[in-house]
Design a protein around this ligand. Structure first.
Ligand SMILES: Nc1nc2c(ncn2[C@@H]2O[C@H](COP(=O)(O)OP(=O)(O)OP(=O)(O)O)[C@@H](O)[C@H]2O)c(=O)[nH]1
Ligand SMILES: [Mg+2]
Length: 475
């Protein structure tokens, strides 16, 4: 264990600023003895009971200069101290949490007092890092803690809690366990190979590897859901100038965020806004209208529109009812400015300004089609549009990710996809009969090490720095 990990660390666990209560957390092998220097209460620390709060005075630690001063001068606050003795604490170490008054001064004075008594200021994510290193949680569970703290909506919070409760670890175990069993079988057979022919049946090897491929691919399929849970569902509004993009953007947000004007080319840059609907975060992006233009500024705006479309989870392609029937309403890529090749996300065609053309042909709306007629002026069709948006969002397997507790991030995705590549390669080699069981065993061990990095069964300092760098101080 690194020396820093043996230090006793302290940090404010609640956000800085004014509030009723602030919590300062002290954790490490000397937590109780350091607490004893700053906390005065009858029975502390001799008669400490884990998980039982004690009321007392938090004082600046006595130094030779202050030794003879009246104790009252050094009182910082009246606090509750909650001792949580290891291993029954978040970090697995002895911990004392001080509940003091909130505000700008008190909590930082408590931290300073603990530091003067021998504690060290904790770095970002230090407490969770210790929980991981002490075997209290896996690495993906530690990441779930960060996801929970940063959750922007109820669905993301539910997914993070499910992951924190070990959902992702169970799914990883389903992949790893048969591979581990296979590896030990092959290694066992290699030991006895000198005496008799005990090689593991090739068909069995292929079957186990294929099943691992399927399960890994299925986890990887949930990567977009992970991104949507963390960053929200990116909805990009596109269409020709003046079609009513900014008006629809404002109508969906129910507030006048973007400028609306009858002059075509009003919106020149991307305007973004986030809202939570049905427990899910949607991020709406209003964009510059797409048309053939020689104006360099407008062209830059249109480049940004195309960039946004490429990053979108859902594209709303707007067509005005005034220009009804639109050239190709079902093919939003039509026209010289947005090729259909550019549009890979699901596209919903929105006919706007329906109040101006009441007699729209009915035949365009077939059941299940992604075509919605709206009017931002009257509000008609907005609920239908939201239903369509929620339906398209469901296609991203968010509900499954939440119920399984699997929120895949970039780190997991990189490890899972390289494991899948190696698994696929190993299947090919075994099927072609090009590989002996010794090489199969060594490749399998490599794949298991790669998979182990997802849960943190195998880890490096580099990985830990990347994971815990996302945390705030005090967590
Ligand atoms: N009657 C009616 N007018 C609308 C509706 N939606 C937008 N408009 C009008 O159409 C004009 C253009 O609206 P915008 O929302 O600015 O259009 P835009 O697509 O953002 O235009 P650019 O930013 O120039 O690309 C404005 O005068 C709006 O008042 C609608 O549903 N009904
Ligand atoms: Mg606009």
């Amino acid at each position: 264990m690194a020396p820093q990990d043996q230090a006793t660390v302290v940090a404010q666990a609640t956000p800085p600023g004014e509030g009723g209560i602030a919590v300062v957390r002290l954790s490490g092998p000397r937590a109780l003895s350091i607490a004893a220097r700053v906390f005065r209460s009858r029975g502390f620390p001799d008669r400490v009971e884990s998980h039982r709060a004690m009321y007392g005075k938090l004082i600046r630690p006595l130094s030779p200069e202050t030794l003879n001063s009246p104790e009252g001068r050094d009182v910082i606050d009246h606090v509750l101290a909650l001792p949580l003795l290891g291993p029954r604490s978040y970090t697995g170490e002895d911990t004392v949490e001080f509940f003091c008054h909130g505000g700008r001064v008190v909590a930082s004075s408590v931290v300073a007092a603990c530091c003067a008594a021998g504690a060290v200021a904790a770095g970002p994510g230090e407490f969770t890092r210790r929980a991981f290193l002490n075997g209290k949680i896996s690495l993906d569970q530690a990441e779930a803690v960060a996801d929970l703290i940063h959750a922007g909506d109820e669905t993301a919070a539910r997914a993070a809690i499910a992951q924190l409760r070990g959902g992702f670890d169970r799914e990883l175990d389903r992949i790893e366990r048969p591979l581990l069993e296979l590896l030990s079988e092959i290694e066992g057979s290699l030991e006895f190979a000198a005496d008799e022919d005990m090689t593991v049946d090739e068909q069995r090897v292929v079957a186990v590897l294929r099943s691992a491929c399927r399960d890994t691919a299925s986890l990887l399929d949930m990567a977009p859901a992970g991104r949507l849970l963390r960053d929200g569902i990116q909805v990009v509004l596109t269409g020709p100038p003046n079609v009513g993009k900014s008006s629809l953007f404002n109508a969906l947000l129910e507030e006048p965020r973007a400028i609306v004007d009858e002059t075509p080319g009003t919106t020149r840059d991307v305007v973004s806004a986030r809202l939570v609907r049905g427990g899910r975060t949607f991020v709406l992006h209003d964009t510059a209208g797409l048309h053939a233009s020689a104006d360099p500024v407008e062209r830059k705006g249109m480049d940004r529109t195309r960039d946004m479309v490429n990053q979108a989870d859902i594209v709303l392609h707007l067509v005005s009812a005034e220009e009804h029937p639109p050239a190709h309403p079902a093919s939003p890529g039509a026209g010289p400015v947005l090729n259909s090749d550019d549009v890979s996300p699901p596209v919903v065609v929105v006919i706007t300004k329906c109040d101006l053309a009441e007699s729209l042909a009915e035949e365009e709306e077939s059941p299940g089609s992604r075509l919605v007629k709206t009017s931002s002026s009257s509000g008609a069709g907005l609920n239908e549009l939201w239903s369509v948006l929620e339906g398209v969002a469901s296609g991203y397997r968010i509900a499954e990710a939440v119920s399984l507790g699997v929120v895949i991030n970039d780190r997991h995705r990189a490890k899972l996809s390289s494991s899948l590549t190696e698994l696929t390669e190993l299947v090919r080699l075994v099927e072609e009969g090009n590989v002996g069981q010794e090489i199969t065993a060594s490749m399998l061990a490599g794949i298991l090490a790669e998979l182990g990095e997802v849960s943190g069964r195998v880890f490096t300092e580099h990985v830990l720095a990347a994971v815990f760098g996302r945390f705030c101080v005090g967590k």
